[in-house]
Write a protein that binds this ligand. Structure first.
Ligand code: AMP
Length: 211
């Protein structure tokens, strides 16, 4: 099964993708995670990507397409995968077509803009294991440290208020057209993001036919 998670930043793509990944036994590939790792390790890719990410802009298509192409060649992708945060432009979706990759389902998580701002501003993540939390909706056990690995939680630099609005604008202009692109192919499944994480998960599992 090859699944794409679509939706604004902070809609819950990463969280739901991880849960589906566990359930379906296929890996989640997140271009955002790969890019942040590259920035942390100061690799040439990280150095090229950093300024775009910090401004809330998209990293150029050629760069992310290359990253994804390499990642999909790893053996763990042979039985399927979940793409979280890719494609983000029509050109990236067309790159998947050119690679002859047949996507089975695209889960489109909808959350209104006002909620997105609240969600991103309250998002915290673990710099060590990558787990994500929200100060109100999905707090870690003590609110300060990662429940899984006890590292101190941090806020992503691109989750700062000044960058959030930029990212939303970029989403509406460059990524939202993908909804139509995949709807026209009959593989788009809409999920309305719910207040409770578990309720969104239930809807996600239902559209994917997973119990
Ligand atoms: P995410 O973790 O998916 O929210 O991604 C964080 C940031 O990484 C985005 O705001 C972009 O700057 C960059 N990024 C991640 N995936 C892509 C992509 N497919 N195309 C372009 N930029 C991306």
């Amino acid at each position: 099964m090859r699944i794409i998670f679509l939706g604004a930043p902070g809609a819950g793509k990463g969280t739901q993708a991880e849960l589906v990944s566990k359930k379906a036994g296929i890996p989640t590939i997140s271009t955002g995670v790969i890019l942040r790792e590259a920035i942390k390790n100061k690799t040439p890719l990280g150095v090229s990507a950093q300024s775009y990410i910090e401004k809330g802009q998209l990293v150029p298509d050629e760069l992310v397409i290359d990253i994804l192409t390499d990642r999909l060649m790893q053996p763990d992708c042979k039985d399927g995968y979940i793409l979280d945060g890719f494609p983000r432009t029509i050109a990236q979706a067309e790159a998947l077509d050119k690679m002859n990759i047949k996507i089975d389902k695209v889960v489109n998580i909808y959350v209104p803009d006002e909620k997105i701002v609240e969600r991103l501003a309250g998002r915290r993540s673990c710099p060590s294991c990558g787990a994500t939390y929200h100060v109100v909706y999905n707090p870690s056990e003590d609110g300060v440290h990662c429940t899984k690995c006890t590292s101190e939680l941090t806020q992503r630099t691109d989750d700062k208020p000044e960058t959030i609005l930029n990212r939303l604008e970029v989403y509406h202009k460059q990524t939202a057209p993908l909804e139509e692109f995949y709807r026209n192919r009959g593989i788009l499944c809409d999920v309305v993001g719910q207040e409770e994480l578990e309720d969104t998960t239930a809807l996600t599992m239902k559209v994917l036919g997973l119990k």
